[in-house]
Design a protein around this ligand. Structure first.
Ligand SMILES: Nc1ncnc2c1ncn2[C@@H]1O[C@H](COP(=O)(O)OP(=O)(O)O)[C@@H](O)[C@H]1O
Ligand SMILES: [Mg+2]
Length: 195
């Protein structure tokens, strides 16, 4: 019999990041932005990012730096038809509205949305990561479905996938499934790790 109250790795790592206080969150976000100031990111003309939620490491400083370098930023939007993501242009003036999960998205016409293939770099939020670049998400599989085309590529690579996390989200080894799309790199408040 499984224990009724046993925590899953997903619950465990979500709890850890939610417990970080506001001061620590701000410090980690600042340190993270410094680790990301490098060519892989600076050379991305089109960069997808996310708005932090549920204790995810913050991205405000990263987006400010990207805008000041003239880079275009996109945020994920849920496709109303498929369980996958498109990417909507995001500027400091963008209006936001909440999707069916309560997550804010740019309020713009679907005609402006890009597909993942059109991006240079995607910065992904995650619940946990391991030493091989595997990513545990919130459990919806949205990024995996959206990025499934990368699995059949001989030579990956566009877009490059960089996971952003607090160091406490590190796990030595995560269980993976056939549909999981591994990351090219991970950035935390402490390091930049390339796979
Ligand atoms: N490429 C895909 N095609 C169809 N279903 C997928 C695909 N990728 C993921 N899924 C579905 O999404 C669900 C959640 O995926 P999972 O990897 O557990 O979540 P997450 O990546 O958010 O941690 C799985 O049940 C899986 O069936
Ligand atoms: Mg997955």
């Amino acid at each position: 019999m499984p224990e009724p109250s046993a925590t899953t790795p997903r619950q465990h790592f979500r709890q850890l990041r939610r417990e970080l206080d506001a001061h620590t969150q701000r410090r980690h976000a600042r340190q993270l932005a410094r680790h990301l100031n490098q060519p892989l990111l600076r050379n991305a003309g089109r960069l997808a990012c996310y708005l932090a939620n549920d204790g995810e490491i913050g991205t405000q400083a990263i987006m400010q730096a990207a805008w000041s370098h003239g880079q275009a930023i996109y945020l994920p939007v849920l496709s109303p038809l498929k369980n996958s993501l498109y990417f909507a242009p995001f500027t400091p003036d963008s209006q936001l509205s909440r999707n069916r999960f309560g997550i804010c998205e740019p309020d713009c016409s679907p005609a402006q949305w890009l597909r993942a293939q059109q991006l240079d770099v995607i910065l992904l939020p995650l619940v946990a990561f391991d030493d091989a670049g595997n990513r545990l998400g919130m459990g919806g599989g949205f990024y995996d479905r959206t990025l499934a085309f990368l699995q059949h590529r001989q030579h990956r690579r566009k877009p490059a996938l960089i996971g952003l996390a607090h160091e406490i989200q590190h796990s030595e080894r995560l269980a993976t499934e056939s549909w999981d799309i591994p990351l090219d790199a991970i950035a935390t408040e402490q390091r930049f790790l390339v796979f």
